[in-house]
Design a protein around this ligand. Sequence first.
Ligand code: ZN
Length: 135
Amino acid sequence: MVKRKVLTVSTRKRVDVLDITESARLFVEEIGAEAGLLNVFVPHTTAGVILNEAEAGLLEDLKELLERLVPELHPYAHNKIDNNAHAHLRTILLGSSVVIPVEAGRLSLGTWQRILLIESDGPRSRHVILTYVGL
Ligand code: ZN
């Protein structure tokens, strides 16, 4: 079967991290998934999605890393027409989707793995497309 659900979430800050693991877990449960793959896709150019630990200190470290790799203040070409080049570039590094195996009706995430939406140009409303393919 193929099942799809679009989540709408609100980010609260310019740079923000939302843990969307529970919504994904509920979706897999709702549709009665047994074994297959869940794709979590963020259809935006300045917000992305990753898998990692949601520990507060680590999330601060991630924000600091992104600022170091792609500083907000820099003479980017895109900023001639917009003022969020850093947000696009950070999202390119993070990626726009993750795939998680589903086994015995459960997401096969590791003990500390969470599904994290990374906002780089908030606060705003964002969509997350969940697509399950499997039995
Ligand atoms: Zn832009």
